[in-house]
Design a protein around this ligand. Structure first.
Ligand SMILES: Cc1cc2nc3c(=O)[nH]c(=O)nc-3n(C[C@H](O)[C@H](O)[C@H](O)COP(=O)(O)OP(=O)(O)OC[C@H]3O[C@@H](n4cnc5c(N)ncnc54)[C@H](O)[C@@H]3O)c2cc1C
Length: 461
């Protein structure tokens, strides 16, 4: 029963995609007379698109505010009591309350809840090395980070950038820095960029990045950021080389921000993310929900829990949580592992399992890789595309697809994402009734060409 004069109180920790989607959806379903909503955000912004930061820094998106879907004032107008610059320091599960601290004044107070939503997101991994905090070294996790980087770019005369990390944020930031007129070096720990792809597909990305004038340094780690007499970054050092840098951008991944949850004794998985049921309720806790970058998700193809921090999931989680908290019913069954990104005109996409994921899951599989084009070969603008496909032995079930190509390559992965969700075999995929006209694809779409080849290979077993 509510402690709030008949009205229930929902407390939300985290004011971005997961937290505010949950709050907004709950508000749609239940009015302020039934449900009080209090949301805490320690930063300066709400409901913003971190996904847009590379395009804002690169200049494709002109203004920061274009990345803000809903401001604090807009949330408040919908009767969400949003407390900005207020950090939740503790969750008291037994007492059903949270302790929050005003970041600027330091004042602390307890707020009780009937239901709690945890949407604390992720925190970036910062390398533990000399110079990591030197002026000129930037992360790109928040809008404040993006602004700080842009301020540095405006002040910096030199035009050499080093990007540390070659995951999707690293490659997107490489593009941003090229667009800003920088000579870009990407330093990467893996054997190829984009470790979410198999290395043979990552190799294609590597070659294309070199073709764009990006210096790609693989198989090494940054050990130090070296500074000049002015204290600012001057170079990045690896065990065997030094790369001059006027600015350094860090994109080496994130970890779930679950320190509060861990201290409160809530259940965490192997990757440190909160564990939930299909309704996004924290396992074993009737009144606590969690979503977004702070949770682990079920991979529907492998049947294993995974940590995949993406905005697309955070928004869906928030919608599901808000529906359930608001008295409706919704579930988030899991993901198939779809992601798309680009570096300049090179599009990179993946869904399902890589070879190593399939092996880890104990699956036996066949792989095929085909070359095709984005349009009919004779149609102007047709560009090459490589599609790799994994299918399970014997059953022929589709297990994964990776695509590297130019315009029109990336979003083709959605065909495979649907096929994975529907648990289709590659044989079934060959008959998919996809749209065809010469400006859009060859008569056999590249995904279908791969499916045909995979079906033939699987049949041999
Ligand atoms: C550069 C970049 C590019 C990206 N591109 C893509 C993309 O193309 N596609 C895609 O799907 N995803 C992308 N993402 C990922 C996407 O932005 C995240 O998955 C998404 O923001 C997660 O939303 P969230 O609400 O779970 O967490 P967050 O966005 O991290 O929000 C969590 C919020 O909680 C607040 N908070 C944390 N702890 C507390 C506390 N104790 N008290 C109060 N407030 C707290 C934080 O300040 C933060 O605002 C990108 C991310 C980055 C950084």
């Amino acid at each position: 029963m509510s402690m709030n004069g008949g009205r229930e109180r929902l407390v939300v920790i985290g004011g971005d995609a997961a937290g505010m989607s949950a709050a907004s959806q709950a508000r749609r379903l239940r009015g302020p007379d039934e449900l009080e909503i209090v949301a805490f955000e320690r930063g300066h912004f709400t409901s913003y698109s971190a996904c847009g930061i590379p395009y804002w820094v690169g200049g494709d998106v002109e203004e920061r505010d274009r990345l803000i879907a809903r401001s604090p004032e807009e949330h408040r107008a919908r009767e969400i009591d949003l407390r900005m610059r207020t950090e939740v320091m503790e969750i008291d599960v037994a007492g059903k309350r949270v302790r929050a601290r005003d970041v600027d004044s330091g004042a602390e107070s307890w707020t009780s809840y009937d239901r709690l939503v945890i949407g604390t997101g992720a925190r970036p991994i910062r390398p533990d090395m000399p110079g990591a905090d030197a002026p000129g070294v930037h992360g790109v996790q928040t809008l404040d980070d993006g602004q700080a980087l842009l301020d540095t770019l405006a002040r910096t005369r030199g035009r050499r950038a080093v990007v540390v990390g070659a995951g999707y944020i690293g490659v997107e930031m490489a593009e941003a820095m090229i667009n800003r007129g920088y000579r870009v070096t990407v330093v990467n720990r893996g054997s190829e960029p984009m470790s979410t792809l198999d290395p043979d597909m990552g190799r294609l990305v590597h070659k294309a990045m070199q073709g764009l004038g990006i210096t790609m340094v693989n198989d090494t780690e940054v050990t130090e950021v070296r500074t000049g007499e002015d204290g600012r970054v001057r170079a990045v050092a690896t065990p065997d080389a030094e790369y001059p840098a006027d600015v350094v951008v860090l994109g080496i991944g994130v970890r779930p921000e679950t320190r509060l949850a861990a201290a409160a004794g809530l259940p965490l998985g192997g990757r440190g993310g909160l564990l939930t049921d299909l309704a996004m309720r924290v396992r074993g806790h009737e009144d606590i929900w969690a979503g977004g970058d702070c949770v682990e998700v079920l991979n529907l193809v492998s049947g294993q829990e995974q940590y995949i921090p993406l905005g697309t999931h955070a928004n869906k989680h928030g919608q599901v949580i808000g529906t359930n908290v608001g008295g409706g019913y919704a579930t988030f069954p899991g993901v198939v592992g779809t992601a798309v990104s680009k570096v300049c005109d090179l599009e990179i996409a993946r869904t399902g399992l890589r070879e190593k994921d399939a092996l880890r899951a104990g699956l036996r599989f066949e792989t095929v890789t085909i070359e095709s084009t984005s349009r009919a070969g004779y149609y102007p603008g047709a560009s090459p595309m490589t599609v790799k496909m994994l299918a399970e032995r014997r059953t022929g079930r589709l297990l994964g697809v990776q695509i590297v190509g130019r315009e029109g390559a990336g979003k083709r992965v959605d065909i495979a994402a649907v096929a994975l969700t529907a648990e289709m075999t590659v044989e079934q995929m060959t008959a998919l009734d996809l749209g065809y006209a010469p400006p859009f694809s060859p008569v056999w779409d590249p995904v279908l060409v791969a499916a045909r080849k995979a079906a033939t290979k699987v049949r041999a077993f």
